[in-house]
Ligand binder design. Structure first.
Ligand code: M6R
Length: 365
């Protein structure tokens, strides 16, 4: 049932404040400003010397965001791999390491094979899964559910934000267990995370603006997405979302990589979506935007009021999100990114919920 929506994808985008609230509420004690230790079922973060996160597609990008969180909050080194590479690379896994696999369906062939590889190497495996009766859930030592409910649209939306919710909660729990976060830090972070559903609802109000921007994007051949820090995986995710449902060629890059190649592509026919909340590396992204603007590239900037004032570049279309702590920006900025892809696909007239050549669950390699 799509409710009042034209597509499951739209319905699932709109469900996010609620399902993200449920998922965060499962892993965090909002009232106490603490992590809920029972929810992570005995994972001993203090004894770990390494994490490896493995997944495919959008779930991989959730893992890539989490690398920044685990390294910053818990000083825990993270290897992050695409499952189809992990399973064949024959990398050594440290005895004190933990493998985390991330999968909406819990049936993705390469992710399952990676889980089996890690177990055969003697590692414990924690699975972040949406389908709790899945093979990946069954074969894992720890099951950490995302409470997104069934996701029907092939393009993952609410499963992604729920994966981020679990991973953010885990990173805070790990930081606490490893003594890198104080009680005060923990409380501050839990409070910040508890604000996400409200901020997501505010971000959903950007739909009309995203639809207007999508009307123009539906006319172009190529689009570039740029971001730094946790906005870099979000740039990759934005490009994937757009290409899979609109069939427009899109690429995501770390903004700092622009001058190492992709800047050669920039001209007036190449829109560039820049994801840049105002943070400690904002100025660096502004210089990348200046490079794009100088070559006639059209910029769509996703930022906040401070970022708008500080960017001071002409000919930028700005999408303004509320100000928020930098930890939670990936969860909130994903909403306009999803809406932009969705409306571009609607203008293109594609089959949004079941794009060509794709399956919801990829059970063969
Ligand atoms: O079920 P999984 O989370 O393991 O699926 C992984 C990818 O196939 C999936 O995220 C895919 O990239 C989506 N279609 C992206 O929207």
């Amino acid at each position: 049932d799509k409710g009042n929506h034209r597509h499951f994808m739209a319905k699932e985008i709109y469900e996010q404040p609620e399902v993200v609230g449920h998922t965060l509420g499962h892993y965090l004690d909002f009232a106490g400003g603490r992590c809920a230790p029972d929810a992570i079922g005995g994972i001993d973060f203090a004894s770990l010397d390494r994490l490896s996160i493995t997944a495919c597609g959008t779930a991989y990008y959730a893992g890539l965001v989490a690398k920044y969180w685990f390294e910053r909050f818990a000083r825990l080194p993270v290897d992050i791999d695409i499952a189809s590479e992990f399973r064949y690379r024959e990398q050594p896994l440290t005895p004190n390491g933990l493998s985390i696999v991330v999968s909406q369906s819990g049936e993705t062939a390469d992710t399952l094979a990676s889980l089996r590889y890690a177990k055969a190497e003697g590692q414990k495996v924690a699975a972040i899964v949406n389908v709790q009766e899945s093979t990946i859930a069954r074969e894992s030592d720890f099951v950490l559910p995302t409470l997104a409910g069934p996701e029907i649209g092939v393009a993952s939306t609410k499963a992604f934000s729920c994966q981020l919710s679990v991973l953010a909660s885990l990173a805070v729990a790990a930081g606490k267990a490893r003594g890198h976060l104080t009680d005060v830090d923990e409380e501050r972070l839990v409070r910040a995370l508890s604000e996400i559903p409200r901020l997501m609802s505010q971000a959903l109000r950007l739909e009309t603006q995203m639809e207007a921007l999508a009307r123009d994007l539906a006319k172009v051949q190529h689009i570039l997405y740029l971001g730094r820090g946790t906005s870099y995986p979000l740039a990759l995710e934005g490009a994937l979302k757009l290409k899979e449902i609109s069939y427009i060629h899109a690429e995501g890059y770390a903004a700092g990589e622009l001058k190492h190649g992709p800047i050669a592509l920039i001209d007036e026919n190449m829109p560039v979506v820049v994801i840049a909340p105002y943070d400690r590396i904002f100025d660096k992204t502004v210089s990348n935007m200046q490079e794009v603007a100088a070559r006639g590239g059209r910029i769509i900037l996703l930022t906040d009021p401070k970022g708008r004032d500080a960017a001071a570049i002409d000919a930028v279309e700005t999408v303004i999100l509320p100000e928020m702590p930098s930890t939670i920006t990936p969860l909130v900025y994903t909403i306009p990114i999803q809406l932009l892809a969705y409306h571009t696909a609607v203008f293109m007239g594609t089959d949004v919920d079941q794009p060509r050549n794709l399956a919801k669950s990829v059970t063969v390699e």
